[in-house]
Design a binder for this molecule. Sequence first.
Ligand code: G6P
Length: 608
Amino acid sequence: MCGIVGAAAERSVSGVLLEGLRRLEYRGYDSAGMAVWSGAEIQRLRREGKVQALADAHDDTPLTGSTGIAHTRWATHGKPSERNAHPHMSGSAIAVVHNGIIENFEALKADLTSSGYAFSSDTDTEVIAHLLDRAMQTGLDLTQAVQQIVASLEGAFALGVMHRDKPGELVAARKGSPLVIGVGIGENFIASDQLALLPVTDRFMFLEEGDIALLTKDEIIVWDKVGEPAERAVSQYEHSVTSADKAGFKHYMLKEIYEQPAVTHAAFEDRIKDGLVDESAFGEQAAVIFDQVKQVQIIACGTSYHAGMIAKYWMEGLAGIPCHVEVASEYRYRPVVISEGTLFISISQSGETADTLAALRDVQDQILASLTICNVPASSLVRESDLNLMTNAGPEIGVASTKAFTTQLVGLLLTTLVLGRRFKLSQEKEREIVALLAQLPGLMEHAIKMDGSIEEMSQAFAEKNHSLFLGRGTLYPVAMEGALKLKEISYIHAEAYPAGELKHGPLALVDKDMPVVTVAPRNEMLDKLKANLQEVSARGGELFVFAGCSQEVQPGEGIHVLEMPEVPEVLEPIVYTVPLQLLSYHVAVLKGTDVDQPRNLAKSVTVE
Ligand code: G6P
């Protein structure tokens, strides 16, 4: 969702800006633009559609200059179009890129219009450019003007600003939306995330809420939210540059699916000590906080919410820990009752999801403590939580989350074990589960080896418009995740149901045009699930079953069975996710959709 790149350098920055935009494509966007200070003026280039369209336009009309800002826009206010693409300008003097939403933009626009400003877009962002112009007319310099006007902005924003008469200066501001500073040698940068800047630097400074920064090629000056000069530490990027590349795979999503044996291993390997989970991995205060936990509230969105749903089965089933799970966008807007001793767990691959972050901020004063399970160490959720567990999945570029999800599950299982000690989970049981974790990478590998058979199976879906996913127990959220993957990237309508609900509605939809996908490990729910499969079969529905044992679920007319490896029950949701990821991937490839950047979706949803 909206991406910002900016650079103040000695060299011409257009190439850095375009490469940065390409690297932000995964966040989701529908138009792109850039502005470069070149001598006496700011030159701007914008295009609806892909960054490639902007790059092609740039080939025809190159922008040359040593200071610039660029942006990928995911439309909120005003449809995707060139006139709504960023950067937005006030006259020819000020250029602004913005990520977030200015909630009071209508009032600000009315005020600016009455002061004589004319608007050339439908965006909320354009008010920022004109507000800056008006502030600078009173004699303020660019940084002072940004400091003044951000006080009047309601909502969330990350900003990059430049002015025709301030050569070499770039001003950045951040409140509620992510923005990092890349520290170079004789050049400095801003971006929505580190990935955008990896070709030019591996040293980063993270702005805090309300910070404003002035960048030139030689220096970075930061002021905090009350306008006091502030020091922000510079840290080194930890992953290799190539971990953010496709490594020979056709799509990032496929590469990320194939990385799961390694990253699920990385998610637990350093957290085990003497056969038990080492709770210091959650933070220094972990033991003191965990001792006081009476129940758990999990909050998340999208795929991360499905991870939370699985964790609820573990927390209550394995460990007897009362556990509630809710999507952040609902939780944050309803009156909630928070019981004493609540550990608030937010799950987020990006650590920047606006609703999840807002939910955490809203309850900070009422909870025992917060724990974030996250893939981005420097993210807002991590920085604002008492405890953290990193999922160690490495950069995930495909919008449809895969390895981030399965590593979240590993993190949640570890969390269940450390909390479970304080509830009904015996040390013996914990040892047993920890020992089983060692099998996980091999089982993930085995599931990935089914890729060829799943690719064949995918042909049955390419012409369909609807599909149903069924599961029971922890495999119900896995079915939900499978359905979400299919709709996200193949645009086929997919619904998931707990198999026991089949008779209460979805059975009415079952016919030969409605493929039914079922995850059916050999566990205690299998007999019940088999009865549900009979109900589908009897109505002419075509079944695709990922089964723990093909002797238990016999293939036949309209029943396709793919045999999964034998999986210990506690690991089933992690391993059974893999074939569903591969199925959606191959269906999307057959349909020719944009697998890594599906239409209308964003990787990091930093606005509501
Ligand atoms: C977007 C992404 C999903 C993700 C969801 C929550 O919708 O496309 O992949 O599951 O946001 O994001 P989070 O970063 O909080 O896990």
